[in-house]
Design a protein around this ligand. Structure first.
Ligand code: B12
Length: 210
């Protein structure tokens, strides 16, 4: 039986090697990759977030925890989601301007790829005009934006405005996400969809591309 608390602890204690070891052990025991991700790694990262809020942990430590999480996600990546090589749509995804958080956005990108979508992951701190340029270049039919800060959420609206101004709004469905994003916010800014996690984001993207 996999002890998910132990996996959480390695993330909180910034033990990169330990976390990789426990993830490999859990896979050998036959624990599903999604359980390792949700009950171990993401749950550990949530505790890191609480500690950051209470000033028990600071940015260099949070970065190290994020590094441990990324190493483990690399191991799980081939095992998450269904395998499907046929592209069902072209997705542009990025974190909005001013925001450097990318762990959740990368998980969403990964789940979408394994759901058979072609994903162009632009990275972090992406300005509205860059999103517009990439939609044109990659002939994307879905635009996904991530924001983890309440201060960068308005950038999602600015990006949608830029897409409207460019005349591309009819060609592209827009989906947004990130911890502070709600369905109400998505409705207010004119997004087509939001999803609270990577699994449902991939499902919704498939539906939007259909
Ligand atoms: C890791 C982290 C960092 C790392 C980021 C490293 C990296 N490479 O991403 C570092 C140390 C750099 C960082 C910096 C800062 N951070 Co920070 N950070 C976090 C932390 C602890 C975890 C975020 C995370 O990765 N969660 C795990 C992932 C898997 O979850 P997720 O991102 O929510 O993604 C899921 C869903 O939201 C959804 N989703 C995400 N994106 C998308 C996109 C689409 C299209 C869809 C459909 C779905 C979707 O699916 C994902 C997977 O299931 C959070 C606390 C928390 N628990 O959220 C604070 C947090 C987000 N940070 C915070 C703050 C304040 C900051 C700083 C301003 C701190 C500072 N004073 O400098 C800076 C800002 C830097 C910047 N300009 O962006 C605050 C934000 C408060 C607020 N309300 O705005 C938080 C909430 C911490 C806190 N409680 O105070 N941070």
């Amino acid at each position: 039986m996999t002890d998910f608390n132990k996996i959480q602890e390695t993330i909180i204690k910034l033990d990169v090697e330990g976390s990789v070891q426990l993830v490999n052990d859990a896979l050998k025991e036959g624990t599903p990759a999604t359980d390792i991700l949700n009950k171990g790694l993401i749950a550990g990262m949530d505790i890191v977030g609480e500690k950051m809020e209470n000033e028990d942990m600071f940015i260099p430590e949070v970065l190290m925890a994020a590094h441990a999480m990324s190493k483990c996600v690399e191991i799980l990546k081939p095992l998450l989601g269904e395998e499907d090589v046929v592209s069902r749509g072209s997705v542009i995804i990025g974190t909005v301007k001013g925001d450097l958080h990318d762990i959740g956005k990368n998980l969403v990108a990964m789940m979408m790829e394994s759901a058979g979508l072609t994903v162009h992951n632009l990275g972090v701190d992406i300005a509205p005009e860059e999103f517009v340029k990439q939609i044109k270049e990659k002939k994307a039919n879905i635009l996904c934006m991530s924001a983890l800060l309440t201060t960068t959420m308005p950038m999602m609206k600015q990006t949608i405005d830029a897409v409207v101004e460019s005349g591309l709004r009819d060609q592209v469905k827009i989906m947004i996400g990130g911890a502070p994003v709600t369905q109400g916010f998505a409705d207010d800014i004119g997004a087509d969809a939001m999803a609270p996690d990577a699994g449902s984001a991939a499902k919704k993207a498939k539906a939007l591309a259909a």
